[in-house]
Design a binder for this molecule. Structure first.
Ligand code: PLP
Length: 413
């Protein structure tokens, strides 16, 4: 049957209604601009690295805002492995894993990641966002409880929303409050304590020893998101659990291939074999989304191999981080967190953070202001991230630029 054309009057009414709906979006956009929280996107015209070219800025710019903690995003061996995987295995699979999207390289990377984290098994996802979206719904039912740090990453919050377990939110890194919530949830069948290993906006490290002690006392499991720890925290770069000596007491780890491990894309869960097998059967972002492309798998595999072979790269960043933190503190700035390469320069006001970041770019240093809703209102900051690929001179140039712009805007005297 052929669809009948709509009457001209009905079409005009529909067009007007659609226009009215879209104008609501315009006023929301205006509100974001007025609040000074608009997130612009600068366009990079080079590879990722400590020095980049940015559209509209002259010459090389020092880059202090990538999660490229180990400088592996453009490491020659990582890039070469990606090219070789592209040539041998093609651009992509045009399939999900369980239909015809599993190649030998996917299995090999899963094995290497399980080995790296010293866990039984691993499952790959297209991103850690997906790994977080796909875990909780499979693991936890209505008789279970999830106890989550209030500042956990958005993808954890979204993943928890998708599951039917009872939800308990404990105060940020507050062990007393966690214990209260463990007492409240005593009658649940299974309980899972969920925390970022490192909180990306503050660079603070979760108190995992205390969390594991409480979990053991109350019979709960422990999950950590290691996106800002995998590859460089701990003596061998295995993460927060290695740093704090609890690798055998944390049950499930989610992390990303999109930051320290080559920076391309991808995420994964490592943990007990039975859990990983169940995720392969039931986890929706795994079952209903394409396999990781071979070049991405090639790059990540080489990055993990480099870290399994030597802890030198993992160790190379710490001194640079302390150089930046100490010199900035001495200059009068407040830097949040402790020894982590995420160094948030606390400013408070959203517009100030954004103006200072613009001025830093004019001085050849690329940093980004973060404001609400990414961080709480009134806690705007410039988040500086140190990479193993930065030199001491790079660090000193960034500190000098901060001092110059900080004085201009009255942040320091
Ligand atoms: N978890 C945390 C703590 C993150 O910082 C991020 C990325 O910003 C993610 C999860 C998501 O990782 P991916 O980029 O692999 O989706």
């Amino acid at each position: 049957q052929v669809a009948q054309p709509r009457a001209a009057g009905a079409s005009r009414a529909y067009a007007a209604a659609a226009q009215a709906a879209l104008s609501v979006l315009e006023s929301e956009l205006d509100a974001i601009r007025t609040a000074g929280t608009w997130k612009g996107e600068r366009v990079i015209t080079s590879r990722q690295g400590p020095r980049i070219s940015v559209d509209g800025s002259r010459g090389d710019i020092l880059n202090f805002c990538a999660n490229n903690y180990l400088g592996l995003s453009s490491h020659p061996e990582v890039v070469k492995a990606g090219i070789e995987a592209l040539q041998k295995y093609g651009a992509g699979l045009s399939s999900v894993r369980f239909i015809c999207g599993t190649q030998s390289i996917h299995k090999n990377l899963e094995e290497k990641l399980a080995q790296f984290h010293e866990r039984e098994d691993c499952i790959l996802y297209a991103s850690c966002f997906d790994a977080n979206a796909g875990l909780f719904e499979v693991l936890l039912g209505p008789d279970d409880a999830v106890l989550s740090d209030e500042l956990n990453h958005a993808s954890i919050i979204d993943g928890i929303r998708l599951c039917r377990a009872k939800r308990f939110r404990y105060k940020h890194m507050d062990l007393n409050d966690l214990e209260e919530k463990l007492k409240e949830s005593q009658s649940s069948r299974l309980r899972l304590v969920v925390t970022d290993g490192v909180f990306s906006m503050d660079g603070d490290v979760a108190p995992l020893q205390g969390i594991c002690d409480l979990a053991e006392q109350y019979g709960a499991l422990v999950f950590i998101d290691e996106c800002h720890a995998t590859g460089f925290l701990g003596p061998r770069g295995r993460g927060t659990d290695e740093l704090l000596g609890v690798m055998d007491r944390v049950h499930i780890v989610n992390s990303t291939l999109g930051k320290a491990l080559g920076g391309a894309a991808g995420g994964y869960t490592v943990g007990p074999k039975a859990l990983i097998e169940l995720l392969r059967q039931r986890s929706r972002p795994y079952l209903f989304s394409n396999s990781l492309p071979p070049p991405v798998v090639g790059c990540a595999t080489r990055a993990v191999e480099l870290l399994l072979a030597s802890n030198e790269i993992a160790q190379s960043m710490a001194a640079k981080t302390m150089r930046f933190r100490n010199n900035m503190t001495q200059a009068g700035f407040t830097i949040s967190g402790t020894a982590h390469p995420i160094c948030p320069v606390m400013l408070g006001d959203a517009r100030l953070a954004s103006l200072m970041a613009d001025d830093m770019l004019k001085l050849g240093v690329y940093v980004i202001g973060f404001s609400y809703p990414v961080v709480p209102k009134g806690k705007a900051r410039i988040r500086v991230q140190i990479s193993a690929a930065h030199t001491d001179e790079d660090i000193d140039r960034a500190v000098d630029a901060f001092i110059q712009t900080g004085r201009k805007h009255g942040v320091i005297s």
